[in-house]
Design a protein around this ligand. Sequence first.
Ligand code: GTP
Ligand code: MG
Length: 429
Amino acid sequence: MPTEEALRALLVQTIPRMEHRERGERLVVELERLVTSAGPEPVATRFYSLPRPHPGTFLGKGNLEALAAAVKEEECNLVVFNHTLSPVQQRNLEKALAAKVSDRTGVILEIFSARAQTREGRLQVELAALLYQQTRLVRTWSHLERQKGGVGLRGGPGETQIEIDRRLIRERIRKLERSLETVKRTRKLQRRARQEVPFFSAALVGYTNAGKSTLFNRLTGASVLAEDQLFATLDPTLRRIELPTGDRIILSDTVGFIRDLPHQLVAAFRATLEETLEADLLVHVVDLSDPEWEEQEGSVMETLRELDADGKPMLTLYNKADLLAPDAGRLERVQGREDALILSAVSGSGIDALLSALGRAARKSARVIHLCLPVTDGALLARLSQEGQVLERRDEDAAIHLTVSLTPIAHGRLEPLLRDYLLARPAQR
Ligand SMILES: Nc1nc2c(ncn2[C@@H]2O[C@H](COP(=O)(O)OP(=O)(O)OP(=O)(O)O)[C@@H](O)[C@H]2O)c(=O)[nH]1
Ligand SMILES: [Mg+2]
């Protein structure tokens, strides 16, 4: 068994007919980056024209022979299919090719398991890997072994070993689900605490590598890992920022999406994603410089639909404009779209317009109320300035006139306490 550093990967892309080669090549660019992000070195690619996958070996006989020869010729010990393989196909291919075989989901799981930082993240990734593993009991190349607490499957298990492994996996899944429940309960408490925060919240979402973290860092002055790697970010991060208008908002950065996101991953990450998506506004970052930008934008929308977050207010950012020629056709295509901006997180062009748009969105959602409080009610005054933003204050002998901006959530919470003091409009001097 080769060590991880020595993994040389041969990539396989099938296309319905050879005329589709161009699209196939674009899809392989993404697979190459996925494989590199996971560790192995992609050394070569082979395209096969395949109208329909073969149930047993995915590729038909002729193509399989050609692939086996390519594996030898390129001295590869790992073959990665840019498709979903059934457990049976994966096993048969490993035999026929005398190399490790992985599909796209396997690669994505590898990256996630290497990246997960928080306890919840690690539990979710392990759960996703086990749900995937449960159906096949063939390792991709290292996961479960590398993970602390993994069940440590041995390669090429015999029948009885498979039975034992199945049981171990089932037990481990149950245990993980219980641990995740505990973590989730804790997070729920934290979330309630967060909802006390009186600020408008915006969540960055988008395809992996679109530039979310780069933008997040530019806007918040944080230094979240931003890299030319797929799934650089895994765990959500939140920061408070103050807009030039003085409006304060909460911005979050989170895991990127990818086309055909393995459903085990969506399921495992559902809780985290849903929580992030509870924001008042989704800021969808699209890499306009990527030839696949439209497909990527579409698959993000699809994932949002799966998570029931597609109805949320959304601002779309067409990023990496600095990489496009000023007369690029796609700039024209997105120019003037409603609720959309063209910008560059790296050069900074368009950032001012983004800040204004965020300010407008924050103000639009805010409830501005006018109050006349008795000076004796210090406690209520304190809560108002804690949970809202006091825009105006005028002190009189026995009363304080206030204009306060509240988020819808804070408004709902404070409304019963304020009822007696509300004014329809600011009091006249
Ligand atoms: N030229 C250019 N490069 C950019 C721009 N924005 C981001 N990048 C680059 O794109 C790569 C990915 O950026 P990230 O910010 O890590 O992307 P992300 O969306 O957070 O990606 P994940 O966390 O992997 O989902 C990095 O190499 C950035 O430097 C931009 O406006 N112009
Ligand atoms: Mg990121």
